[in-house]
Design a protein around this ligand. Sequence first.
Ligand code: SF4
Ligand code: SF4
Length: 388
Amino acid sequence: MPETMTTKTPDELAALVKAQATVAGFDLVGIAPAVEPTGWSRFLHWLEEGFAGEMEYIPRRQAAYAHPEGVMPTVRSVIMVAINYGTVDQNNSTHSAVEAEASLVPGRVAQYAWGTADYHDYLKARLHTLAAALHATEPTLRTRAVVDTAPLLERDFARLAGLGWFGKNTMLINKRQGSFLLLGALLTDAEITADVVHGTSHCGTCTRCLVACPTEAFPEPGVLDARRCIAYLTIELKGSIPTELRSGMGDWLFGCDVCQDVCPWNWKSPRATDPVVQPQPALQPADAGKILMTEDTELRRQFRGTPLSRPGPAGLKRNAAMVLGNSKNPAAIEALVIGLTHSEAMVRGSCAWALGQIGTEASHTALIQQQAIEDNPEVQAELTAALQ
Ligand code: SF4
Ligand code: SF4
């Protein structure tokens, strides 16, 4: 393929990219050179430790992560962009007030999923707007938009592009915008003047995120064992939640924001005003009992095109059972008994555990009745454990 000949200098292209990224609706923009990511060896170590859990798509494409050429063979520059999605004032959190009035047993949903659309869709659309603006000036320049789905270490390139540092919670933190950031990348074969890498950390002696993590998912600062992270357990994991992690999940139905909520850099960042990230009231929080009682087909319809579709109805119901069990609220028994009739053993087993946690006479009776008809050995084991 012939090399792209741009009419503008690398400096002029950098200025154009920055102006057009703001027009396209991004809160942050920076440019990194297309090089081997600086965190490559850390990434390999992370994979070797098995910290990726069941996310097999990561090791499967391991080689492609080594260089952005794995995504676009002719790439020379990586334009990194971010949208701030933090809509909660962390100094004056409304979580508890909303929870108290909204539903019987509230289940918390991570902020990134509060909007009405999937962030992949609107980030991609904005990246295409940015690409179109560049193509309008430089018709021979080629681009490829990346949001999550391609093998690119996006956070590494965001740091290289000067957007921030990696906090001890592994998130990219920007001094001005905090860490509630959705990252996207536009790879291009044009040479564009790169920004200065963010080489320093601003965590200092703080360890708030490490201490606050409810499931102890950080084996050391800056390393996440995804297998213990609530975000992984509620979104990526296909099977049952490991028993020893269930109580730590608390009231998290989908994802978890704890290690970001406690980060002082998010206390001073501006609240996101972008219409696409504004929360829908039904998800802050969601009603865990209602999720368990809603037909799978209806749940699919309700969450189509949103992040909550990722675990599927059975995954969401498994999560809802965890929330209900952790609530220890007898009012949840009705929903859990309905959950015991679900076609998937994982849902029935999760409901059995939750009924055991509630531990009233009524929940005990429901467990005994299910024991008499249950034909799945794993669910039987959950029922036995719950009755003990
Ligand atoms: S998202 Fe929650 S569970 Fe995961 S590391 Fe952060 S605090 Fe821990
Ligand atoms: S909570 Fe403290 S240690 Fe953790 S990322 Fe924020 S500043 Fe760094």
